[in-house]
Write a protein that binds this ligand. Structure first.
Ligand SMILES: Nc1ncnc2c1ncn2[C@@H]1O[C@H](COP(=O)(O)OP(=O)(O)O)[C@@H](O)[C@H]1O
Ligand SMILES: O=C(CO)[C@@H](O)[C@H](O)COP(=O)(O)O
Length: 501
């Protein structure tokens, strides 16, 4: 009998499931999209049930379309979009739509946290309270929806909810728990001090588990619902960036990952918790036990390109659109774009900033705009790389993952804008691959994730910086970097206008 593990990558736009064998080969992949609801400026929600149905359909397609027998699925694990708040009542029923990582309604609650706890918050959690994180979302529900808050017994993150539905067991792994900013990163426990200071019951926090821990087998109920078998073991998994880093082989400090998914991430492996970026970057537990990572997040990376495509022409696919953009001149005929279309997290923690095109000229065409969007997203990654450099961090290789890494053109652009070697994976499945690796280690196929990486992670093409392009992009970046300060007041004024009218 063949033996497979399944990595479930629960993203913001879709769930992608990958079945892998012991040799680290991807034998089948399926995906299923789900909608995102943005009912008001700054709001971003999804229905947890959609994640469950989509995941189940995608796994069933592996069985029905790809011929994987249910008994061959030895283990399943997860990579999940981080920070999203799923609130459950005493019967573990969902109380309201999940409030996602890119929802920025909680500026007031973030301020309250700083007023009540101050700089000690960063000491305890390794992070500044930002709108995207889970704790401010809990405080928002408490303040704005008291009737729901009164019924709330447990909170989970997106992938934990799907895993709960599969196994009947509640739990959250450390890599995702850091992203709630309720975890004491030094003690490795939920922070009693923060719960007390902010009047959040400690009992609302689920049991903590390690990423590679077995959380249970597929339950009889889920087996009946899905057609899977109760012999399949389900392992905790991790936040998508922790899993992305595992799947991209970011297992030593000289390597950095860049991920262009819905969000954009520049991530660095950290050996211990004694690093301090003063809240400028996020600090998280890794899926690898007793390891950590730091990262800066661009809220709308792929989302900016997706927004542009959907708003100005939905017919073309990404490959066609990007191919035509690659034929436009570097610098898009004098057009700059800042990707702040849903606010920003790094390097500017500013929920009210919005994007801009600067230098619009009647001789530019649609593909200058596409190119400017791609360049602007990549400049925002450079802003984050600058923070690492200013903190004396040294690295030589950037491993690129996410939907954006499907494009050769964008990979070369990253090498040119970062002035670093950029490496792609042979199969761009960073987070899903990381999740499958967690299941493989959980099953005992390998002693640890580092050993598993030797078998499962395959680096592909390398992109070296082109010195002529590096010089031109340096010049443009100098201009890009001024746009935030020069558009901030205008952006804030426009958002205020929208809210008042
Ligand atoms: N062929 C392509 N070339 C360039 N960018 C692409 C391509 N396909 C997808 N993308 C970008 O990748 C994004 C999706 O990335 P993905 O990692 O799948 O997102 P998520 O995990 O957040 O759902 C899209 O929004 C788009 O911007
Ligand atoms: O908020 C963060 C990380 O802090 C995001 O990276 C989310 O985890 C969503 O990821 P994608 O859907 O873009 O993969």
């Amino acid at each position: 009998m063949n033996e497979y593990v399944i990595g479930v990558d629960l993203g913001t736009s879709a769930v992608k499931v990958s079945a892998m064998n012991k040799a680290g080969e991807i034998v089948a992949q399926q995906s299923y999209d789900y909608p995102l609801s943005q009912p008001r400026p700054g709001y971003s929600e999804q229905a947890p049930q959609d994640w469950l149905y989509a995941t189940t359909i995608a796994i069933d397609r592996l069985i029905l379309r790809d011929g994987i027998a249910k008994e061959e699925i030895q283990g399943i694990s997860f990579s999940g979009q981080m920070h999203g708040l799923v609130l459950l009542d005493e019967n573990n029923q969902v109380l309201r739509p999940a409030i996602l990582w890119n929802d920025t309604r909680t500026t007031k609650q973030c301020q309250e946290i700083m007023d009540k706890v101050g700089e000690e918050f960063i000491e305890i959690t390794g992070n500044r309270p930002l709108e995207g994180f889970t704790l401010p979302k809990l405080l928002w529900v408490k303040e704005n929806e008291p009737e729901i808050w009164a019924k709330a017994k447990t909170f989970l993150l997106p992938k934990d909810y799907v895993r709960y539905c599969m196994t009947g067991k509640l739990g959250m792994d450390y890599s995702d728990a850091t992203g709630t900013v309720l975890l004491d990163i030094h003690q490795g426990t939920w922070s009693k001090a923060l719960c007390e200071a902010l009047d959040v019951p400690l009992s609302i926090c689920p049991p903590l588990v390690k990423s590679v821990d077995l959380t249970g087998n597929v339950s009889a109920g889920y087996a009946m619902f899905s057609g899977l078998t109760t012999t399949t073991k389900v392992f905790a998994g991790g936040g998508d960036n922790a899993c992305g880093a595992v799947g991209a082989g970011i297992l030593q400090p000289n390597m950095v990952m860049s991920s262009i998914g819905t969000s954009g991430v520049v991530l660095k492996y950290e050996e211990n918790a004694n690093v301090n970026y003063h809240g400028q970057l996020q600090f998280e537990c890794h899926a690898i036990p007793d390891s950590y990572y730091s990262m800066g997040v661009t809220l709308a990376a792929g989302h900016s390109l997706n927004w542009f495509k959907g708003t100005f022409d939905s017919e073309e696919d990404f490959n066609q659109m990007v191919a035509k953009a690659s034929e436009r001149p570097l610098g898009a005929n004098g057009l700059l774009f800042t990707p702040y279309v849903v606010g920003e997290r790094a390097p500017y923690a500013d929920a009210d900033i919005r994007g801009s095109f600067i230098g619009v000229d009647s001789m530019q065409n649609r593909y200058d705009f596409v190119r400017a969007v791609m360049e602007g997203i990549t400049f925002s990654f450079r802003d984050i790389l600058n923070i690492y450099e200013q903190n004396g961090r040294d690295f030589d290789t950037v491993v690129a993952i996410g939907g954006g890494a499907k494009s050769d053109f964008w990979l070369q652009m990253q090498a040119d804008i970062f002035n670093k070697k950029v490496v792609a994976l042979t199969n761009e499945q960073g987070p899903g691959l990381g999740a499958a690796m967690i299941a493989a280690v959980g099953l005992g196929w390998f002693d640890n994730l580092q050993e598993c990486a030797k078998e499962f992670v395959h680096f592909g093409k390398e992109y070296q910086p082109n010195s002529a392009n590096v010089a031109k992009y340096d010049q443009l970046y100098g201009l890009y970097h001024q746009v935030y300060d020069q558009t901030k007041e205008l952006s804030h004024g426009l958002l205020k206008f929208r809210r008042e009218n």
